[in-house]
Structure formats: C-alpha cells, structure tokens
Unconditional design. Structure first.
Length: 307
C-alpha cells in the first residue's frame, strides 16, 4: 500500500515536471512555428508561384526551377562565386584561427592582452568592418597598398578588380577569425598535458607533438568549425552588399545576394523562394557529406576511436 502511494506521488511529480517543461518551451515552440517553420513551408509553396508582392500569386509549376537551371546566367555565376569563397575562404580562415590559437596557448607574458586583441575583430559588426575594409583595400588611398608601396611593391586594385575581389573578401574573413580562434583555444585547453609530457620523455619534436597529439585530439573541434564555416560562408551576403554591390563584373555576385536582388529589387518572390530552397538543399548535401566523411578523420578521445 505504501509503495503504491509512493508510485502515485512520483507519477504526479513526473507529470508536473513534464507540464512545467512544456510550459517553459512553449514560447520557443511558438517562435519556431511563427518565424521559421511556417515561413519555410510558405517559401516552398511560393517557389511554384509567380508573385510580384503587389498582386496575387499565380501557380506556374516548375517554371522557376527551369529558369534557374537553364536561362539564368547569374545563378551559375553566383553559385560559383559562393563555392569559391567556401572552398578557399573556409580552410584559410580555419588555418589562421588554429595558428593564432596555438600561439595564444603558450605561456607568455601579457597573454590576456593578446587574446583580446585577436578576438576584437570578430565582435565588430559586419557592416562596420566592411566599411573599414573599404578604406583599407582602396586601390589609391588604402593603407594596405600604402604599406606595400613602402617596400617597393605595387599593390593590386583589390575589390575594384574582378581578379582580386574575392581574395580581398577572403582576407577580410581571415582578419575576423577571432571567434573560431576562441573555440580552438578552448579545444587546446581541453587536451591533457600528460600526452605532451610523455612525448617529451620520448624526445618528440614540437612538430611531432602537434601532428600526433594536438591535431588528432582537436579533430572534433575542427569538424564543428568546418561544418559551421561552410554553412555560414554559403550564405555570404553583407560584404558584397556593403562593399561591392556584386561587382566588379559580377565577381562578388554571391548566391544570397542574387536571391536578395530577385526578392527585394526585382520583386520576383516566387523565383527568390525557389533560389532559397535550392540553397537549402545544397547546404544540406554539403553537411551530410561532411558528417559522412568525418568518420574517417574525426577522433573522439573518450571512445578511443574514430566515429
């Protein structure tokens, strides 16, 4: 009898905890439905429509998708520009962040100051940093070309050149890699010093320790930053919107900027929705590929094996 009463009491407590839990997450569920799920589904419906915002949507079937792949040259151009930034920009940004984190993981005087200095660029608003880099990369008056002239080098036109516009934006990405640097620094701090002490006893060099200890134990962190870097870079927009407006010669016409123009400049909401869904599918495929490949190179210390 006593045990039955206890079970009833525990059951009431569990029900009250479940009710409290759902009550607390209700605002998030409402926000998720109102601002994410429903708009995404509505965008899918619109992708089969022709709609200029001012009139009523007209069903046109797969015409938007057919136009995208066959008659819109900026679709392929913007897709290539975005892939260029992802293929070259993400690895360079991750390598820069890892190099800085490795240096800041050393026991040197004034370490907190150096960490703050390298982290500050990542918290500068993107629009403000874009305006700053407009001045830095100015072909005639920019500080970068002025510094190059001091050592006898004639700098390129940077963002004013179709050949150098995307490398210029990659340079800007590398400058603002402080957020990723902090993540790597946390990962480095999580590696036990015992591994390095054992390697020192065996006479391992710093490079051997980095390759055989640091990198394997840091692969979960590398994997996380690589996935997030690809997702964010595939949606690059602000730099092109503020600095280049897609030029010169459409060299910075990125996918999301092309989507933005169709939606809010040309009022082709149906076509823009189709572009958005294709981007979602591309990012999903890239993420699945990364997760599939991770089993061959990501090492989880707790399990002692790759997963």
């Amino acid at each position: 009898m006593v045990s039955r009463i206890k079970r009833k009491g525990i059951g009431r407590l569990q029900r009250s905890e479940v009710i409290a839990g759902y009550t607390f997450i209700t605002p998030w569920i409402i926000g998720m439905l109102a601002f994410t799920l429903i708009p995404v589904i509505y965008a899918l419906v619109l992708s089969f429509m022709k709609w200029n915002v001012f009139g009523s949507p007209t069903y046109i079937g797969l015409a938007n998708y057919k136009k995208m792949f066959t008659t819109d040259p900026l679709f392929w151009k913007s897709l290539w520009n975005t892939f260029y930034m992802t293929i070259f920009g993400v690895p360079l940004q991750l390598l820069t962040a890892l190099a800085i984190a490795s240096l800041l993981n050393m026991d040197v005087k004034g370490l907190s100051f150096y960490r703050a200095i390298y982290y500050i660029p990542s918290i500068v608003p993107l629009v403000a940093s874009a305006i700053l880099w407009l001045w830095i990369l100015s072909p005639d008056f920019g500080i970068l070309n002025a510094a190059l002239r001091l050592i006898g080098i004639r700098g390129p036109k940077w963002i004013a050149s179709a050949e150098w516009s995307k490398p210029s934006l990659i340079l800007m990405m590398m400058w603002s890699s402080g957020g990723t640097m902090i993540i790597y620094l946390a990962g480095l701090k999580g590696i036990s010093r015992q591994y390095y002490e054992a390697a020192d006893i065996d006479g391992a060099t710093w490079w051997a320790k980095f390759v055989h200890i640091t990198l394997p134990l840091l692969t979960p962190t590398l994997f996380f930053t690589a996935v997030m870097g690809v997702i964010f870079t595939m949606q690059i927009f602000t730099q092109a919107y503020v600095m280049t407006q897609g030029g010169p010669l459409d060299s910075t016409m990125f996918y999301v900027y092309h989507l933005f123009n169709n939606a809010f400049a040309f009022y082709k909401m149906g076509y823009a929705s189709a572009l958005a869904w294709v981007l979602l599918i591309i990012i999903l495929i890239l993420t699945i590929i990364q997760f599939t490949m991770s089993r061959y190179w990501v090492y989880y210390e707790a399990g002692g094996e790759r997963r």
